[in-house]
Unconditional design. Structure first.
Length: 245
């Protein structure tokens, strides 16, 4: 009986040892614990926080049109036979030695003072007036087509900026000429007998880049009661070649 049990247990022990040595019976490693994340409490945002802070004033850059022109100094009339070191300090005649004369003339040209000024730009206003008239004559068809000889009084233009280039009156003259040539309205110099009044103004216009000079040209049509009937605004910009677009 003991021999029989021994014969049965030996194969079972060998089979168990073989089965337990397989990889699937090996003890699997325990997973590493997840890191602990500590969440910070959400901060309350004050929607009116900007009111508590004083924001610095930001200057708006506005381009201007300026040019420089050399200023010639007045020279005294010195004797043509005087030398360069005559001592007067204002002599524009030199010793007849060509190299010295050329050198002094070059120094004079490079050190000549300049003055900055705003040049007149009538072509800018004339261009804007032509564009504004095209819209004006289209939008006022219901006025001049129903009644002949509707009289318009044209006011003197108003420049809203002190440093605007001169020439705004040229734009108004172009507008008046266009009205006469269109044979639609009649111009009058008497404000009391006018059916409508035409008012023109100009001001600087700030472009997004703040680098291109631009002018806003505005024309308004006003009735006898002083009510604005319509207005037409045109913006012209100065190109690199000093023309207007």
């Amino acid at each position: 009986m003991k021999k029989f049990l021994a014969l049965v247990l030996i194969p079972l022990t060998a089979a168990c040892a073989t089965y337990c040595n397989k990889p699937k019976c090996q003890k699997q490693p325990e997973p590493a614990p997840l890191p602990v994340v500590y969440e910070e409490p959400a901060r309350e945002i004050n929607p009116c926080a900007c009111i508590d802070e004083v924001q610095p004033l930001r200057e708006v850059l506005r381009p201007r049109i300026t040019e420089e022109m050399p200023v010639e100094e007045k020279k005294s009339c010195c004797d043509h036979h005087q030398f360069l070191n005559c001592g007067c300090g204002m002599c524009d005649t030199f010793h007849p030695v060509l190299p010295q004369e050329e050198e002094v003339n070059e120094v004079y040209r490079t050190t000549m003072p300049v003055t900055t000024y705003i040049p007149a730009q009538p072509e800018a206003y004339m261009l804007a007036a032509n564009r504004a008239f095209n819209r004006f004559i289209k939008d006022t068809y219901d006025i001049y087509s129903k009644k002949p000889n509707v009289k318009i009084y044209v006011r003197d233009p108003i420049s809203k900026e002190k440093d605007l280039p001169a020439g705004l009156n040229k734009g108004v003259e172009v507008f008046k000429t266009q009205i006469l040539n269109s044979h639609t309205f009649a111009l009058t110099d008497n404000l009391n007998e006018a059916d409508y009044t035409l008012a023109t103004s100009a001001e600087w216009f700030d472009t997004p880049s703040k680098e291109v000079p631009a002018i806003r040209f505005v024309t308004k049509l006003i009735d006898k009661e002083g009510n604005d009937v319509n207005s037409w605004s045109q913006i012209v910009k100065r190109a690199d070649n000093k023309s207007w677009l």
